[in-house]
Design a protein around this ligand. Structure first.
Ligand code: TRP
Length: 366
């Protein structure tokens, strides 16, 4: 690893992954000792409704961190919607839907700052100095950007797509977050943010000689097993194999009735040989906290039918209070708007303070 570009390209290799895991575990222990040392930022693109993969993969974890006392910031990444598509879609409805999802799962607007890109000019302005700190070839090497572009079926790379990891660095650094809960796929972005923080310090200097303007954020890797869709393939909206938080209990039952299982009536947890059956067991397990092997044993030779009924009940029971709360929230648009407005006000104050420091460090105070 000689140059920073190699570091970026290698940020998902085995050794580096092991380092990120070890660091994550250290941070996790440090949160127990003193949660007030940490500010966490994470976000979602408002491109569609959230599903179980989001819930178990990230949402639930954010609520736990919030409840452990970490200062929590959650970004509705509305400008990131336009990185890989032509229009914004029904953006207003999606942004408010995301805010409703957050609140319904237990993010508390008194403790968690919920805000959106397009409302925070000073955050977006950080993009300019940050772009001066990265090279074009480094941007082209980012493995996540490459993978995302490939997933768009031959779309031309837009300037925003190429530079969105820099925008994401602005998301993280404007509020001086020091932890970012992410999946493995986002590690290169986090490495890019760390490089930007470090290079800013080196090139433009400090306001306070004791501290750099920006902390170097760490990833908090989630160790949650990956959930597949109801057909055993990658969970994705376009495949129609997802269970959305906002679905009704009947819709959930219907989609699970069509779920793929196999010919063996005796239900066992065997992810390698029986991926579909095991994935369904995993869904029930995550919803109830019971081990997947124990659930399988109870179903015994009940076959796919009993398995599906078991999963349906487990998910619907877990989701019922979330869904009820979400329905109430969605019916109260004024409240959702007020939560976002309060978050945006707080994020704006923070972004302006950070931008002022940046101006000072860059000698641009006139
Ligand atoms: N890129 C993330 C996604 O697609 C969303 C996101 C935007 C984000 N800004 C962020 C995640 C900052 C973590 C930190 O899901």
């Amino acid at each position: 690893m000689s140059t920073s570009e190699d570091i970026l390209a290698n940020s998902t290799n085995e050794a580096s992954l092991a380092r990120s895991r070890a660091r994550s575990a250290e941070i996790d222990a440090a949160i127990d000792t003193d949660p007030s040392r940490f500010r966490m930022l994470t976000g979602d693109r408002p491109t569609g409704r959230l599903h179980l993969g989001h819930y178990f993969g990230t949402l639930h974890n954010r609520v736990i961190l919030q409840d452990r006392g970490v200062d929590t910031w959650v970004l509705v990444a509305d400008y990131q919607v336009i990185t890989d598509r032509d229009g914004v879609g029904p953006i207003r409805e999606r942004v408010l839907g995301l805010v409703a999802d957050y609140l319904a799962v237990g993010l508390d607007p008194e403790r968690t700052t919920i805000f959106n890109h397009s409302a925070i000019p000073a955050l977006n302005q950080l993009m300019l100095p940050f772009l001066s700190l990265v090279t074009e070839s480094e941007l082209h090497r980012n493995p996540t950007v490459k993978a995302e572009l490939e997933a768009t079926d031959g779309r031309a790379m837009s300037g925003l797509m190429l530079t969105y990891p820099v925008h994401q660095a602005a998301d993280i650094l404007f509020c001086k977050a020091n932890i970012v809960p992410v999946g493995q796929d986002q590690l290169p972005h986090l490495e890019q943010s760390r490089l930007i923080a470090q290079r800013f310090d080196k090139r433009y200097g400090r306001v306070d000689p004791e501290h750099p303007v920006f902390p170097r954020p760490d990833a908090l890797l989630s160790e949650v097993p990956l959930l597949l869709g109801t057909d055993g393939a990658k969970m994705s909206k376009s495949r129609g194999n997802t269970i959305e938080l906002a679905m009704t209990a009947d819709e959930t039952a219907k989609i699970l009735r069509k779920a793929k299982t196999d010919a063996d009536r005796v239900i066992t947890f065997d992810p390698v040989n029986r991926p579909e059956v095991s994935n369904l067991l995993m869904m029930a397990s995550m919803a109830t906290g019971e081990a997947p092997e124990a659930i399988a044993e109870r179903i015994g030779d009940g076959g796919g039918g009993v398995l599906k009924a078991t999963v349906t009940e487990a998910l619907n029971d877990m989701l019922a209070p979330i869904r009820a709360r979400r329905a109430e929230l969605v019916a109260n648009e004024d409240y959702l708007l007020s939560v976002l407005a309060a978050g945006n006000e707080k994020a704006t104050a923070q972004a302006e303070a950070t931008l002022n420091e940046v101006r000072q460090a860059m000698q641009m105070v006139y």
